[in-house]
Design a protein around this ligand. Structure first.
Ligand SMILES: [Zn+2]
Length: 259
């Protein structure tokens, strides 16, 4: 079964076989995405993908329950651009810990932090271990920015260069053109690589291997990091189809991973 937490009754939640159920806590963001995309881009992509999974997929292996989504995350790197909302580090940590604790109190044992925003990832990886230790949950982090998730889906689709997919980019703009085209202003889209000191060297770039604690204004003038002019709705639709299928496999792997 695949369902949203909010649509289940108290007794339905109580009756779920907890050994075969994963609760997914969706973590989005509200932050500037250049001139051409709405500030809700990360959250809109995540909630649309969840709606597609609920509508299109079956999960015979067990139950997937999507908890209410967080539409704000940790986006302080984008402050200085209008429209960005963020929790502070301590607030976000406490919020996630409180929600995971409530999920554990309902008897669930497996939690997936289901993330669409790169600025949340460090926090999710860190808190996943704390939640394991504090609450006894099996906790998994699903993140698509610092994993190969989209590389696989972008094979044969991506046309931009090395830094073309990062923020408000070919990927996110294609997804938004497929999901909510009326909010995308392609005539305002500009491509921008990261500043010179954070690209094209063997050591410190925005893609690593060694990292810097940059804020977005250090890296880009337009607020875009990537190449949105390569985006199309057709690419977005293919990427969504890929994501729905691939997530099924990943969730099944989480369910099988018992330690
Ligand atoms: Zn984004």
């Amino acid at each position: 079964m695949i369902a949203k937490w909010e649509n289940l009754t108290r007794d339905e939640i109580a009756g779920l076989d907890k050994s075969k159920t994963i609760v997914l806590l969706p973590t989005g963001a509200t932050e500037q995405h250049g001139a051409h995309l709405p500030v809700g881009t990360d959250s809109i992509i995540l909630s649309s993908l969840i709606d597609l999974i609920v509508k299109k997929q079956n999960f015979d292996e067990g139950n997937l329950i999507f908890a209410p989504q967080l539409f704000v995350g940790k986006s302080n790197e984008h402050m200085g651009f209008p429209g960005t909302m963020t929790f502070g580090t301590q607030t976000y940590y406490s919020l996630l810990h409180d929600l995971a604790s409530a999920i554990a109190k309902s008897g669930f044992r497996k939690l997936v932090l289901f993330n669409s925003h790169g600025g949340n990832t460090d926090m999710l990886n860190m808190i996943s271990r704390d939640l394991r230790i504090d609450l006894g949950l099996d906790v998994f982090v699903f993140d698509w920015w610092f994993t190969p998730f989209w590389d696989k889906g972008l094979k044969g689709l991506k046309q931009s260069g090395k830094y073309g997919v990062f923020h408000a980019c070919e990927l996110e703009t294609s997804l938004m053109l497929a999901i909510r085209p009326e909010t995308v202003h392609m005539e305002l889209a500009v491509d921008e690589d990261p500043v010179e000191c954070l690209r094209d060297n063997d050591y410190v770039t925005i893609l690593g291997p060694y990292t810097a604690g940059w804020k977005t204004k250090d890296v880009t003038h337009s607020g875009v990091i990537g190449a949105p002019t390569y985006a199309t709705a057709e690419k977005g639709r293919k990427l969504l189809d890929y994501a729905v299928e691939e997530l099924h496999n990943i969730f099944a792997a989480f369910l099988k991973t018992n330690y």
